[in-house]
Design a protein around this ligand. Structure first.
Ligand code: PEP
Ligand code: MN
Length: 344
């Protein structure tokens, strides 16, 4: 249920309502909008308490939440959420640009990339230190050494660091270095990992599983929101279909669809979504045209030599060109790519 408070309901009335909801054995998620406050009351036995809650002071109405996901739903929060983490802002009028290599390889690679993407206007730096590889024989990442290198690159450029965590046991370690915890496609339904990452309070980039439906993605986000963490970005990174001309199939209709269903920002990954460097920039522009709130793009100083995903990585010059085109596209659709104020 959603308890909609009246405009001008007092903080005491809101607090009283939260207590009432909790007394009924439901979890209260207060959401303070610009116009009014709503309290999502989540739990098994819901509708039977509707009338008793409706009679409380300051309450305008109590309505059921129809979607299977609750706190993620636009029914609960009509205004779009902006997720912020250091230099990165994603959502509403802010288009965030996250760029960097698939994997952290060494200090020189990371510093050179951080400087180049920052100069081109990226607002955050990506780089995997823990890599979820299809084959156990592929490069698995530098682990904590990689996280340390990311922290050096952040100090050097001021860019927020986005990096993947692949196991619940590693959450505490990765959260010590990262500004944004990336949950990879393979882990979208690893519910213990979602809860552990959610509990850190760090912003989360949640990638869609290659065979997950939109409802499954939103219910995965709900695990993080339900852990008390409102800073969730959804990421469309392509799904598995019969088609194999691209690594995955990148369904951009999910961007406007998600905007209808949820207030959470939507980021698009045209690198994994296509698997070909030459297709990344056109699909990045298309994602912005579709209303994406952010992009995550793989960039490497020398893609040919990359230890992972080189075939889909842009070099510095290509990334500069991609940024220029994305800016034009954002202009056309009346939006703006957020400026990185901290370029050295
Ligand atoms: C990545 O971002 O490098 C990655 C492994 O992505 P995904 O989880 O979408 O495959
Ligand atoms: Mn990759």
């Amino acid at each position: 249920m959603i308890v909609v408070m009246k405009r001008g309901a007092t903080p005491e009335q809101i607090e009283h309502m939260i207590q009432r909801v909790e007394e009924l054995g439901l979890k209260a998620h207060p959401i303070h909008g610009t116009e009014r406050t709503v309290i999502a009351a989540i739990g098994e036995k819901r509708d039977e308490h509707r009338t008793s809650l409706e009679s409380c002071p300051g309450v305008a109405e109590v309505v059921p939440i129809l979607a299977p996901y609750k706190v993620a739903s636009r029914e609960v929060k009509p205004e779009s959420t902006v997720v912020r983490a250091g230099s990165l802002a994603v959502g509403n009028s802010h288009i965030g640009m996250i760029a960097g290599p698939c994997s952290v390889e060494d200090v020189d690679q990371m510093i050179a990339t951080a400087r180049a993407v920052s100069r081109a206007g990226a607002t955050a730096l990506r780089g995997g230190a823990f890599k979820p590889r299809t084959s156990p024989y592929s490069f698995q990442g530098l682990k904590e050494d990689g996280l340390k290198i990311l922290a050096v690159a952040r100090d050097e450029t001021g860019l927020a660091v986005v990096t993947e965590v692949i196991a619940a046991d590693d959450v505490e370690l990765v959260a010590r270095y990262a500004d944004v915890l990336q949950i990879g496609a393979r882990n979208m339904q690893n519910y213990r990992l979602l809860e552990a990452a959610g509990a850190t309070g760090k912003a989360i980039l949640l990638k869609r599983g290659p065979s997950a439906t939109m409802d499954e993605l939103l219910l995965a986000a709900e695990y993080i929101l339900n852990a008390g963490n409102p800073s969730v970005m959804l990421c469309e990174r392509g799904i598995r279909t019969f088609e194999n001309h691209t690594r995955y199939t990148l369904p951009l209709a999910s961007v406007p669809y998600l905007h209808e269903r949820t207030h959470l920002p939507v980021v698009v990954d045209p690198s994994h979504g296509t698997g070909h460097a030459s297709l990344v920039t056109p699909m990045a522009c298309a994602a912005i045209a579709a209303g994406a709130d952010g992009l995550i793009i793989e960039v490497h100083p020398n893609p040919e030599k990359a230890l992972s995903d080189g075939y889909q990585s842009l070099n510095f010059e290509q990334f500069g060109q991609a940024m220029a085109l994305c800016r034009k596209m954002a202009d056309v659709v009346g939006r703006q790519i957020a400026l990185n104020q901290r370029t050295p």
